[in-house]
Design a protein around this ligand. Structure first.
Ligand code: ADP
Ligand code: ADP
Length: 228
């Protein structure tokens, strides 16, 4: 589903973010991207969702060939990818319902389509009683559940998460991981950057370890395994 060939990224100031990585990710896989701070995880993740352009090499995601794609196609690519961040990135002046609904409004779904679907995904993440709240009225774990609901509301093929448990306590992180695991069990590919050792060791999945911009390990059922 995603083919990454000889991808590197050198920043304008000469810093090498990623060095010559090649790998494939299949539909339905659950992939952790691990490594110490500064290893290149975010750089790798940002290239996957076409936020950063590789300096060399190419990425192909289903029918989207990033090297030949026009900028006007990027919104169509993003419709097939849900993205979740460490800091949630919710819109503070919108309610929980509106934050999730907004993702469907921008792709011009009708109100009749939006309402039942938004309520359905908010139920899936356990927030059906908080639809009228604002983000500031929710705990961190709840805000991340809203962000996940927003990311999956348009039924993406892949959910990309950059340190989704980075701001959360261990118990709340487990709740978030239960939700992400459930989404994976429904067939959605998961690609998740994390340096949360307990999360990675608690749920065995494919592990890509990045160190100094290099892919140093690619294991089918990996553990965290390194100190940082
Ligand atoms: P990680 O997500 O694993 O912490 P990053 O991908 O953020 O690592 O960073 C990899 C390397 O690239 C680091 O040396 C970092 O300082 C550098 N880097 C990240 N973003 C930029 C940028 N916009 N400009 C220059 N260097 C950057
Ligand atoms: P946690 O224990 O996960 O950090 P909090 O103590 O922040 O969570 O919140 C516990 C509950 O109280 C949550 O269900 C949250 O929605 C609700 N809550 C927290 N802050 C507010 C607020 N300012 N207004 C309304 N509800 C709130």
């Amino acid at each position: 589903m995603i083919s990454i060939k000889n991808v590197s990224k050198k920043y304008d100031n000469g810093v090498p973010g990623i060095k010559d990585i090649s790998l494939d990710i299949d539909q339905g896989e659950f992939v952790y991207v691990i490594g110490p701070s500064g290893a290149g995880k975010s750089t790798f993740i940002k290239m996957l969702y076409h936020q950063l352009t590789p300096t060399t090499g190419n990425i192909v995601f289903n029918d989207f060939d990033y090297s030949t794609m026009r900028p006007s196609q990027v919104p169509f690519l993003r419709r097939e990818m849900g993205i979740v961040f460490q800091d949630f990135k919710l819109l503070p002046r919108m309610t929980i319902f509106e934050n999730v609904a907004y993702a469907m409004q921008v792709i011009e779904k009708t109100d009749a389509e939006i309402k039942p679907r938004v309520l359905d995904v908010l139920r899936q993440v356990g927030l059906e009683t908080k639809v009228r709240r604002f983000p500031s009225e929710l705990s961190g774990g709840e805000q991340q559940r809203v962000a996940i609901a927003r990311a999956i509301v348009n039924s993406p093929k892949v959910l990309i998460a950059d340190e989704p448990t980075g701001n959360l306590d261990p118990e709340t992180s487990e709740e978030i991981m239960d939700i992400i695991e459930k989404i994976n069990n429904q067939g959605t590919t998961i690609i998740m950057a994390t340096h949360n050792r307990d999360v990675v060791n608690g749920r065995s999945h494919r592990v890509l370890e990045i160190a100094g911009g290099n892919l140093v390990r690619d294991e089918k059922q990996g553990a965290y395994g390194i100190e940082d």
